[in-house]
Each structure stands twice: as C-alpha cells, then as structure tokens.
Design a protein around this ligand. Structure first.
Ligand SMILES: *Cc1c(COP(=O)(O)O)cnc(C)c1O
Length: 358
C-alpha cells in the first residue's frame, strides 16, 4: 500500500474547539466545518465535536445535508444562505439556520410560505465589501424581517477583513460600524469573529463566534501569537522514503533541473506529490521531517513524488517516516515557504487516505 496518508487527531480538534470556547467566554461557538472541514473530513469532525459543539457552520445546503444524513442534530448555519429559492423548503425541513446577505434572498424569504419559520443571520457589510447589506439599508431590512412570520429569530452577522492585523485600525472601524448600525435595533444576538477574532479581539466575541482554521490547529496570524501558540496540530500529512540515491556535486534533480547538487548529496524520494495536495510551488529548502529530524525539499515537486536531502541524515533510508506537516512541523511554516496559507494546504488535500485517531 502506498504509504502517503493524513492522520487526523480528533483529540487535538476537541482541544482546539475547547480553547475557542474558553477564549470566547460566554459566547457560543459554531465550529466552521465547511469545505469538508478544511480537508479534515466534515462528518468525522462533526461527530468528534457533537458532544460539545453549540453548532456548526458550512458553506451550502449540500454540505449541511451530508451532516444531517450522518445524524448530526446540532444547529447548522449556511454561511452564504441558499443559492436558489427551491432550497428554502429544505432549509426549513432540516432545521438549517441561514445567512441572508443580498436582496434576492431577502425577497425570496419574504415571499416564502415555509412550514416552520427560519433562524436568519442577517449579514451586515461593515467594511469587508464582499457579502452583506450596506449599513444605511440594514436597519430597515432588520425590521422587515423582525416583522415577518417566515423568521423565527434574527442574528446580526458580520465578517472582518483584517482581524489578523492587530495594528491596522480596520477591525476597530468595522466594530464601530456594527455598533452604529445596530443602534436602536435592540439586537440580542451578534456574531463577528472568525478565528483571528476569537484569538485576538475579545471585544468582538459578542454572542456567537465562528472559529474555523484554529480548530485545525493552524494560526490565522503571520506572527507568533500567544493564544494561537496553544493550538494543537490536527492533520499529520505523512509518508515514507521509497528510494534513495547518491549523487556527486553538480547533478540536477527532477523536472526542469531546478535543483543542482552543490555537494555530494544523498537524495531521498518520498511518496507524496501535488496530486496528494502537497503544493507544487514549494521551493527548495521547504522543511520536512524525516524520522522526526528536519530536512528539506530539493528539486521540483512532481505529481506522485518529491525529493528531499538525506545527506545529513545517514540513518534514514527506504521506509523512513516522513512528515510533510503536522505535529513537530506546522502547516503554517510549510505554507509560508510555499507562498500560501495553511487554509489552502488543508483544503487542497487530495487522493491520500484519511485515518483518524482520538
Ligand atoms: C470560513 C468562515 C469563517 C471561519 O474563518 P477562519 O478564518 O477559518 O476562522 C468564519 N465566518 C465566515 C463567514 C466564514 O466564511
């Protein structure tokens, strides 16, 4: 059997969810498990958290129905709501909570005749300028929904564009926009914080937080952050050395001869490639662990294999364990080398079997 696999540590996932809850004080926490729980397996993640999560958040009804079919009973919020009006009765039937972020959805909901009214999270564009209603129109829409018999309850939801940049001033401006817009609306339920908000913006915790990436043990910050340092890695992307070769100085390795040996070099071939989700654009020097020791990529990543430097690890050979990221080597560090973020590394996971522990 090809040795490439992702070992998912569900104890670490629970640890990270508890940390989010603990940091958020009295706020409740929707575990964000969209995109197959950022590549970790949505059903397994939901089941691992089902004893303690206040609810879950996903991107669309397809993701939510998969969880309902697996027996998940908690509230599930659709972060972009429905995409076509014919989804609305299904939302009611499966007790899904829904964001409403634009006028077409609003009109569809006001016209609907649902068997049970909907829990609506009305999205405010407080500065991200992606989804949501503009502040001047928001209060009137809030009141309209408050008066609608299609609506069981209303939460104000907004999203930060730069909560991972503590000193840029943008989050303070968004917070001010939210409180100005809600002034006089007697809103009793408010949700603003993604992981960066949970970790670094206590004044933004409000009633519901929405941690995503932190549940999976990666940090939303590009710098050391004390709360993020308490997270535990969940995904261990592992494989093994499947071949070794000794090369003299001056020899090219792999496609395009991107790397040329500067010294006599012992090369290890690892069963892992971009078809597994390892980033093809990872440069020479990107760290890997071989039997727990640091080594690094040499040569371009291919579809099914990549090559690492074993020159200083004489004890390593065929069968040696290789960790591409996980405990001992953070996905954040690998992502930084590859010019991306851990979010994308996780979501790109492909082909490899997922195994679970905990
Ligand atoms: C994905 C998402 C989150 C989670 O964000 P993280 O940065 O992964 O914590 C929270 N809220 C909304 C609206 C999202 O789309």
């Amino acid at each position: 059997m090809r040795p490439a696999h992702a070992l998912i540590d569900l104890d670490a996932l629970r640890h990270n969810y508890r940390l989010a809850r603990q940091l958020a004080g009295s706020a409740r926490a929707l575990a964000v498990i969209k995109a197959n729980a950022y590549g970790h397996g949505a059903i397994q993640a939901a089941q691992a958290l089902s004893g303690e999560a206040d609810g879950f958040a996903v991107a669309c009804i397809e993701e939510a129905l998969e969880l309902r079919s697996a027996g998940i009973q908690q509230p599930i919020l659709l972060l972009e709501g429905w995409f076509e009006a014919d989804e609305l009765p299904l939302l009611a039937e499966h007790r899904l909570w829904s964001v409403v972020h634009q006028h077409e959805q609003l009109q569809q909901l006001l016209k609907a005749r649902l068997p049970t009214p909907l829990q609506v999270w009305l999205k405010l564009d407080s500065g991200m300028h992606r989804a949501g209603f503009a502040p001047p129109e928001y209060p009137q829409i809030w009141r309209q929904l408050q008066a609608s018999d299609q609506v069981a309850g209303l939460t104000c939801i907004s999203h930060f564009a730069r909560a991972d940049e503590p000193d840029c001033g943008a989050t303070e401006r968004q917070l001010a926009c939210v409180s100005q817009t809600l002034d006089g609306l007697s809103a009793t339920s408010l949700s603003l914080s993604n992981s960066a908000g949970v970790l670094a913006w206590p004044q933004a915790h409000k009633h519901w937080v929405r941690p995503g990436i932190m549940l999976y043990g990666a940090s939303p910050f590009a710098f050391e952050q004390p709360a993020a340092a308490r997270l535990r890695a969940v995904m261990n992307l592992d494989s093994r050395i499947i071949a070794t070769r000794e090369l003299p100085a001056g020899e090219p390795i792999g496609y395009g001869a991107r790397f040329v040996t500067p010294r006599p070099t012992r090369v290890g071939v690892v069963a892992m490639g971009y078809a597994d989700g390892y980033p093809r654009h990872a440069p020479d020097g990107t760290p890997v662990l071989v039997e727990g020791q640091r080594s690094h990529l040499i040569g371009r990543v291919s579809m099914d294999m990549l090559t690492v430097d074993l020159t200083d690890l004489p004890q390593a050979g065929i069968g040696s364990a290789v960790r591409l990221w996980g405990e001992g080597l953070s996905a954040d560090e690998v992502a930084a080398h590859a010019g991306t973020i851990a979010y994308q590394l996780f979501c790109n996971l492909n082909r490899v079997a997922r195994r679970y522990r905990g």
